[in-house]
Design a protein around this ligand. Sequence first.
Ligand code: SF4
Length: 339
Amino acid sequence: MPDDPLLDIRGLKVAFHTPGGSVTAVDDVSLSLRPGQALGLVGESGSGKSVTALSVLRLLPTPPAEIQSGSITFAGESLLDASPRRMREIRGGEIAMIFQDPMTSLNPVMTVGEQVAEAVRLHRKVNRREAWARAVAALQEMGLRDAAARAKDYPHQFSGGMRQRVMIAMAVACDPRLLIADEPTTALDVTVQAEILGLLRRLREERGLSILLITHDLGVVAEFCDEVAVMYAGQIVERAPARVLFESPKHPYTRGLLASTPDLEAAPGESFRPIPGSPPQPEERSAGCPFHPRCPDAMTLCAEENPESLPEGASVVRCHLHSDPQKFKKGEGEGQSME
Ligand code: SF4
């Protein structure tokens, strides 16, 4: 069914066991992605975005990581129950991932053509010649001029933007259904960033590729995604269609993120307002809403009880301001500022 989710994550909880004890990096995360959809997973560094993505591909080292509860289903198949062999088939074959810095994923002593061809041979039963031909075609499709000749070059002979194109060629060479892109444009300058986003958009339209875009940059999300999930301290605090989230953000953290995004049209000195303070480290998280020490709307209740995720219109919000009003009647929580 076209509306059935391709990727469905429910109640995911991931902890890391450290010498100082167990710390929760991802806590009760639920999100889903339909075929052909682009979902932006947004948050500051350390919010749990990448740990969520790596959990999908079962790429977290266990130990120290441990998926403690929840489920991850891809096209109806439970990824947490898949055998190591099945996960190797899925990685690269059905779900591919690209990272911020292609140099960490590309082998510096192999030509880029060999690397794309190797990715093809891992997942498709083709001989070397056919794999090479597919690699050159993929590089050409990703916008590499003179691809047949350039396929024989090494990663260091390419610019950052071109290396990202090579990574994307490797990722989509086997026609995956889902691409997880972890900060794919963060290291690139603005013009190249726009080119890479344009390339991802084209792949989405032409191939019906679903994209989970992980980023700290709301500008990238606004341009690219049709749905957004905002993460803070390991939890999804707001989820909504992109248009709804940008027009009427509900969670105080989302509002803070939007206000802290530089606005080129604003008057000098008023272009953006950073959120005061910094996110808590996983081992520093205390009871209550994890955003309460930084939240301008915090109430007494916020330091005591972590709110649940509740639907509100087209959004899902985790904030007491959007909870059942019965929960904090006048005089008990509402209006009692933390300051
Ligand atoms: Fe702010 Fe309270 Fe909402 Fe947390 S629950 S975001 S502290 S108002």
